[in-house]
Design a protein around this ligand. Structure first.
Ligand code: DX5
Ligand code: ZN
Length: 221
């Protein structure tokens, strides 16, 4: 079986109790923490920045933190997030003028790098930078908000991305973000994803462990 990872999006957590929420979701069996950064410019919403990432590390979070930058410009924040303890830093190629440089900056800062593709965007930007990405993230909703419905056309794009990744033979994760739940995680995995972001599906339920367990059961089928 593939090395599947569940990545709860803390966008749907209770921000007033963030440290506790992250502790709880990791204790419930999550693998990595998905950290959504929105700037009210690239996306029409505003969330959290490097100081909050740093605070989670100071709080004692040792799990990988997967920073999803929905900001433009990108480069200004890379060093700050690396210093704040980010594990992955992913960004949208249409938000950076020099995509290759931004990817290189992320790795030079000691983090793992990734590119994120919005629902209507093709994977062309990957072609010449496959050797510089550790993660490909496909958005299955339009970025900006939690709680939206999974866009089914993303399944075909997942299959396309899976083929591209496998053809390289490189160790690149394929992450999916938006509208993921225990109901659809099976078909999403079958289409090629190995890392699953889920915000509202986890944090809107009282028992995080039960949701994550349901997801793992679907993945094991
Ligand atoms: C959307 C964010 C997602 C979001 C997913 O812009 O990138 O990570 O939190 O939320 P759900 O799982 O509720 O669709
Ligand atoms: Zn995200």
């Amino acid at each position: 079986m593939a090395d599947y990872q569940i990545a709860p999006s803390i966008l749907s957590a209770d921000f007033a109790r963030l440290g506790e929420e992250v502790d709880n979701v990791l204790a419930a069996g999550a693998d990595i923490v998905h950290f959504d950064v929105m700037d009210n410019h690239y996306v029409p919403n505003l969330t959290i920045g490097p100081m909050v990432c740093k605070a989670l590390r100071k709080h004692g979070v040792t799990a990988p933190i997967d920073v999803h930058l929905m900001v433009s410009p990108v480069d200004r924040l890379i060093g700050d997030f690396a210093e704040a303890g980010a594990t992955y830093i992913t960004f949208h190629p249409d938000a950076s003028t020099h995509v290759d440089r931004s990817l290189q900056m992320i790795r030079d800062a000691g983090c793992k790098s990734g590119l994120v593709f919005n629902p209507a965007m093709g994977l062309d930007a990957l072609q010449y930078v496959m050797d510089k990405v550790d993660m490909v993230l496909l958005m299955s909703v339009n970025p900006g908000f939690g709680g939206q419905s999974f866009i089914p056309a993303t399944l075909d794009k997942l299959r396309e991305a899976r083929a591209l990744i496998d053809a390289t033979g490189l160790d690149i994760r394929l992450e999916i973000d938006g509208g993921v739940s225990a109901k659809n995680i099976g078909e999403i995995a079958a289409a090629g994803a190995d890392t699953f972001v889920a915000g509202s599906a986890i944090f809107n339920q009282p028992d995080y462990a039960a949701v994550i367990e349901d997801m793992r059961e679907e993945l094991a089928k």
